[in-house]
Design a protein around this ligand. Structure first.
Ligand code: DC
Length: 230
């Protein structure tokens, strides 16, 4: 493998561990596509809520996932977004970040049929390489042959603190204990579901961001991506 090869880079890890920041900055530095697969599960969840499809109805949600057009493109509006997400022709970039979507996305993403439909699209996106794909099962299921795999982690308390600060910064009301509790619950569902649970791929490099600044973590990731002497 030469360093000029258009690599596929997989980044997995729990919520708020720093995957997106590391992924976005790594993709920018390599001039690769950044693709956050979480937005797809969020878009399906948003569509189910918007169309009043009961989230508990696995068959109906699966059918929705199989037919819902989801498009992720570079930002179309200059409002701080990193990309634009369209679902069903609606710009859902911010709508997929609401507490209602947060509360239901783990249920939706645990359905095997939903995952199958999303994974198929994700593999198509990664087919040409030059991509940094971020999620929960990228190195283990979606791209098991990825050229480089990272598992970005941090303690649950630190991750909850980050989410809580982000909410306060957006002017939302937020209680740290509630955020921590919801983060624990989501970790539990994501790591214990039957299909594609969150776990560290055997050949992944683990990057712990609990005490390490993002620049230091990124430097490690870049070094490994460039196959330098790290
Ligand atoms: O990364 P995120 O918080 O936007 O992910 C939203 C949800 O989607 C989360 O509950 C885990 C799930 N997800 C998944 O199951 N597989 C992925 N590849 C990405 C996200």
């Amino acid at each position: 493998m030469t360093s000029s090869k258009r690599k596929t880079i997989a980044i997995d890890g729990p919520a708020a561990a720093g995957k997106s920041t590391v992924g976005q900055r790594l993709a920018r530095s390599l001039d690769y596509l950044y693709f956050d697969t979480g937005v797809m599960y969020r878009a399906v969840t948003w569509a189910a809520l918007a169309r009043h499809v009961p989230v508990a109805d696995e068959e109906a949600v699966t059918e929705l996932a199989q037919t819902l057009p989801i498009e992720v493109s570079p930002p179309t509006v200059d409002d701080g977004r990193q990309y634009t997400v369209m679902a069903d022709g609606v710009d859902v970039t911010w709508l997929i970040r609401t507490p209602q979507v947060d509360a239901n996305v783990s249920t939706v993403s645990a359905y095997p049929g939903v995952r199958e439909a999303m994974v198929r699209q994700q593999r198509r996106v990664a087919a040409d390489g030059a991509v940094v794909m971020v999620g929960r099962d990228i190195g283990t299921v979606v791209l098991p042959d990825a050229d480089l795999k990272f598992y970005v982690d941090a303690s649950v308390e630190e991750r909850a603190r980050r989410r809580w600060r982000e909410m306060l910064a957006r002017g939302e009301e937020a209680d740290y204990e509630i955020v921590l509790d919801s983060m624990r619950r989501r970790d539990e569902i994501d790591s214990h579901r039957e299909v594609s649970p969150l776990r560290v791929a055997e050949d992944a490099f683990v990057l712990d961001t609990t005490d390490l600044g993002i620049d230091a973590v990124l430097a490690q990731a870049q070094c490994l991506a460039e196959e330098a002497d790290c």
